[in-house]
Design a protein. Structure first.
Length: 383
């Protein structure tokens, strides 16, 4: 099975420095360096499309632009790239969400994927008018997805659930193809909902041993439901021609973290109710001196950013090797990002993807042949 790679659209802003935000923390000032305009995000999307990414994740929350509206606009400036749109069940009705997805599919030629984000922070959820507790949100997500999936099958749906109630719901036109559902969550109830409803289970970039444990647990839960899932991982990436160059870039990013910002972000993230976020924080403990938590896996991003907080750092060969290591555990999809997202898409697309292609692990979605980029020798010009 060929590996699938997705990139990231930084709708909270982009920079040559790390842009923080997420899980109740605001985007940091660096997000103003390259504002998330449709023109700039379209540049990133076209770059990702060219080098061979299958899709691009767009986040959701108060800290970034709306994912549905942004991707609908960016889609008009791309041809093939799919959009993994993050959205929160409960903020819109399941019937409306199913209709929105169907419209998106028709208007983009079937380029929608859905990333279901239940919402881990009470304070932010309440700002959007959602006053359920965490377990209640997950139970509502299960009911929500039940309705959405039945509507996509062309059924007329009625449900009087604990949190969702619809009567005689139906779509005039079902989506074709039906969007795949991506889902993450580390808590026990998140695993139950994922096993019952998602197509791809996502984890943040923990060390391989922890990822293996999570995959085994979710796979077992899905098997009990008579289902088989695919697995994906969310990581940042810093890949260069040599390991020394890659780690020098990681050090440069780390030097840009002022202590006050780190302390403020860490204090905010410590209040998170997300079990996944707490697992991210435990990888570095707020310290700067032991950030390589597994060979080529660096936890520095998590000092100033909520959510995904680890990066693959190394030469193109080393990064490819770490990808093979995760793939051996059962990971088939990789959702990646890097600062700035335009340039880093090319570093990965020209440096790592061709190496994976040469090993038969990846194929360009268009069938285009790829070869690792090589530095051209310097030839002096005679004066």
């Amino acid at each position: 099975m060929s590996l699938t790679f997705h990139w990231f659209l930084p709708t909270n802003g982009d920079s040559r420095h790390v842009v923080g935000g997420g899980h109740g923390t605001p985007a940091t000032a660096s997000g103003r360096d390259r504002p998330p305009t449709v023109a700039y995000l379209s540049q990133i999307a076209r770059a990702a499309e060219e080098v061979g990414f299958a899709g691009a994740l767009t986040p959701t929350g108060a800290w970034c632009e709306d994912a549905w509206l942004t991707t609908a606009m960016v889609a008009q400036h791309t041809e093939r790239l799919k959009f993994l749109v993050a959205f929160r069940p409960g903020l819109v009705s399941p019937t409306l969400a199913a209709q929105m997805a169907a419209t998106f599919q028709r208007q983009t030629g079937g380029r929608l994927l859905l990333n279901v984000v239940t919402g881990g922070e009470n304070k932010e959820q309440r700002a959007f008018g959602d006053f359920l507790d965490k377990d209640g949100r997950y139970r509502r997500t299960g009911e929500f997805l039940q309705v959405v999936k039945e509507l996509w099958e062309g059924r007329t749906v009625g449900l009087r659930g604990e949190h969702v109630r619809v009567e005689d719901a139906a779509l005039a036109r079902v989506p074709d193809p039906v969007p795949e559902v991506y889902f993450g969550g580390s808590s026990p109830i998140a695993g139950e909902i994922a096993a019952r409803h998602c197509d791809v289970y996502l984890t943040w970039g923990e060390p391989p041993a922890q990822v293996a444990e999570k995959i085994a647990r979710i796979r077992s839960l899905a098997a009990a439901q008579g289902r088989t899932l695919r697995f994906g991982i969310r990581l940042h990436v810093i890949t260069r021609d040599t390991a020394e160059q890659a780690w020098a870039e990681a050090d440069r990013l780390l030097d840009g973290f002022d202590p006050e910002t780190v302390a403020s972000v860490q204090a905010g993230l410590a209040r998170s109710e997300s079990e996944g976020q707490q697992r991210m924080l435990a990888l570095h403990g707020g310290r700067r001196d032991r950030l390589e938590i597994h060979p080529n896996l660096w936890a520095g991003i998590g000092l100033v950013r909520g959510g995904a907080g680890t990066a693959l750092v190394g030469s193109h060969e080393e990064v490819a090797e770490r990808i093979r290591e995760y793939h051996a555990l059962g990971i088939d999809e990789f959702i990646l990002s890097g600062y700035p997202h335009l340039e880093e898409a090319y570093w990965f697309g020209e440096g790592v993807l061709p190496r994976l292609a040469a090993q038969g692990l990846w194929h360009h979605p268009t069938g285009k042949e790829t070869a690792p980029a090589t530095a051209a020798p310097f030839v002096p010009v005679a004066s």
